[in-house]
Design a protein around this ligand. Sequence first.
Ligand code: ADP
Length: 238
Amino acid sequence: MKVGEPEKFIIDGKRLDGRKPDELRKIKMEVGVLDRADGSAYVEWGENKAIATCLGPREVHPRHLERSDRAILRCTYNMAPFSVSDRKRPGPDRRSVEISKVTRWALEPAVLLHLYPRTSIDVFIEVLQAQAGTRCVGITAASLALADAGIPMRDIVPACAAGKIGGEIVVDLSEMEDNYGDADLPIATMPTKGKITLMQMDGNLTQKEFEKAFDLAKKGCETVHQMQIDALKSKYER
Ligand code: ADP
């Protein structure tokens, strides 16, 4: 057992934060929160807080990156120095480079890039407060920012993780569960197309456990997808 690891992760069917195994943390989303970006979205997911902005389609700089047949999608994930308990050194690091890349992988299949040749569509994700699962929060916010910027997409992309803690499969790991759990399986999907656009896995799962975790994460994505649609609609009702 590691230092700080709880003896049990589930007591009387409830997790340490009171959630059931298949219950997501509380999620709030708002679209169009910034005036000067082409698209923007703010997402609160448990204690996570992130803002995503979209700029484009616009001229590509540096020019040699432009593609004659489609737009390029560039994603930048950044964690604010004050977003975690120990101050994070500002600027990119290995982790943010990885998450920026997987965010692009998760979103690229959804965006109709061929409609905007020789341009770039840039997405910036700023994590203001982090408490496990920020890549899912970032992808969820980023696809809302793209939609808010009016970029045509095959589907809005939600993301959600499931994992294994104390031998049980649960959805949407909290920070304690993420730190001391056995496995984490974040996925991003295009629910109306029945497609998975990203899947990562940290830790070990048996095939049965994997199937259960995958199923829970997929259901989580469906719930988040509905919230994304509601958030987009409510912008136009405002
Ligand atoms: P994700 O945020 O997608 O779960 P990780 O598994 O890499 O990605 O990170 C898990 C959590 O660890 C983050 O959400 C954050 O709460 C915490 N964390 C990440 N980087 C740092 C850091 N540099 N300092 C302190 N905590 C961090």
